[in-house]
Design a protein around this ligand. Structure first.
Ligand code: ATP
Ligand code: MG
Length: 390
């Protein structure tokens, strides 16, 4: 039996005039994510994208799992096409869903008919196929409210399709449709989740990581690259820009009051992020900040951090509970890596008594002994770019 994948479009269907470009982008994202699993024909009809294997050797299971993680698809199902005749539809349902029908106690049939020239109405078709399946599997009872198994029939332009229940897929919008942003990726739990959440809104990310060797170790760096690798499952291929941050941190320690240390450091992160943004057509900076979590995440502290950039700073986790962030981290597969115990540049040189209610003027004064432009330039010049493939 020739199984194919049906991808149901999510919010794209609300896109009106732009819808065509959203669909084109989504199809090209699907193509890129599935190509390693063989040759597939990918096309769209009536709010559904079809992914059809064209070679015997195609790995449909792997392609299905990959499609499930492509943003823009809200639900996904495997289906089998057949001729648009009631007998063929019944025979296909009987064979394809036979094992599931045997295992279930109750079922119903639900039909959709977008080909209006099909001679039966959808209720009529459901009744006819339902009756025939009932005869073939007499142990089943029909339950139209809470059936154990629903058999779906779709009569479309080119064929009829039979499938079991669809599974939830990634949701969101196709990557690339929301523009580009720089996302600050530490080795913690939060920033992989914030990166995922913004990518899910259709944004292509440039990942930025600040490393302070020898204060931060090679393992800490590897951990961040591993997190980036885990994000490619959702985001596709990514680039990590690794910024040498040691000199800036040492300079701050030498020349600035200790209680402002973290804030000054975070302002440098923003300035460097803005520079990367300018060179990569990025229109925003993404961070994993969360209100009240640490001293640098009070409203006053964030005002000081964001004061040095003109770009919007997107903080998708700002109002979430840690518990809910952890839940997402587990679901997207980054949690286990995030909890590996390696240090971050934010955790070296932490002040004993950080300022929690700073003012912009105070921080500007505290960093006035530094040659800010030169430090930023030197760090940017030393950036190492690492491509992370799927
Ligand atoms: P996370 O769990 O993401 O590390 P956090 O709760 O530890 O966050 P902070 O250390 O205050 O919070 O960092 C806030 C945000 O700043 C992070 O979510 C991340 O976006 C960014 N950030 C922190 N350290 C780094 C780093 N070394 N490289 C890149 N971005 C960083
Ligand atoms: Mg952290």
């Amino acid at each position: 039996m020739h199984e194919i994948i049906l991808c149901k479009l999510g919010e794209i269907v609300l896109k009106g005039l732009n819808r065509h470009s959203f669909e084109m982008k989504l199809m090209s994202n699907i193509r890129r994510r599935t190509q390693r699993y063989g040759k597939f024909k990918i096309y769209s009809r009536q709010s559904t994208i079809y992914v059809e294997p064209v070679e015997e050797t195609c790995d449909l299971n792997a392609a299905y799992d990959a499609c499930k993680k492509v943003f823009g698809i809200i639900a996904i199902a495997r289906a089998v096409p057949c001729a648009k005749e009631k007998e063929a539809i019944f025979a296909t349902a009987k064979e394809y869903l036979g094992p599931a029908l045997l295992a279930a106690k109750s079922f119903k049939v639900e039909s959709k008919r977008s080909d209006k020239s099909f001679p039966m109405g959808s209720i009529q078709l459901s009744q006819w196929v339902g009756g025939a399946l009932h005869d073939a599997f007499p142990h089943l009872t029909v339950d139209v409210h809470t059936p154990e198994l629903t058999v779906y029939l779709e009569v479309r332009e080119d064929a009829a399709y039979v499938h079991g229940p669809a599974e939830a897929a990634a949701g969101g919008l196709p990557i690339g449709m929301g523009g580009h942003a720089v996302s600050l990726l530490s080795g913690g739990i939060d920033s992989p989740v914030s990166s995922y959440m913004i990518a899910k809104r259709g944004v292509q990310l440039e990942l930025l990581h600040f490393a302070s060797p020898p204060y931060t170790s090679e393992q800490a760096r590897e951990k961040v690259l591993q997190l980036a690798q885990e994000l490619t499952v959702w985001c596709g291929r990514l680039t990590v820009h690794v910024v040498p941050f040691t000199e800036i941190q040492e300079e701050i320690r030498r020349k600035c009051p200790e209680d402002h240390f973290t804030l000054i450091m975070r302002r440098f992160m923003m300035r460097i992020a803005e520079d990367i943004a300018a060179h990569n057509e990025c229109k925003a900076i993404v961070t994993g900040e969360n209100l009240g979590q640490v001293a640098s995440q009070t409203m006053e502290a964030m005002a000081c951090t964001q004061d040095v950039t003109h770009l919007p700073v997107l903080q998708p986790l700002i109002g979430m509970d840690k518990r809910d962030i952890v839940k997402i981290a587990r679901e997207i597969g980054t949690f286990d890596t995030s909890i590996l115990p390696y240090e971050d540049c934010c955790t070296v040189f932490t002040p004993r008594h950080p300022k929690t209610r700073p003012t912009v003027a105070e921080v500007a004064e505290a960093e006035s002994a530094l040659d800010i432009d030169a430090l930023v330039r030197e760090a940017v010049d030393g950036i190492e770019r690492i491509r992370i493939d799927l």
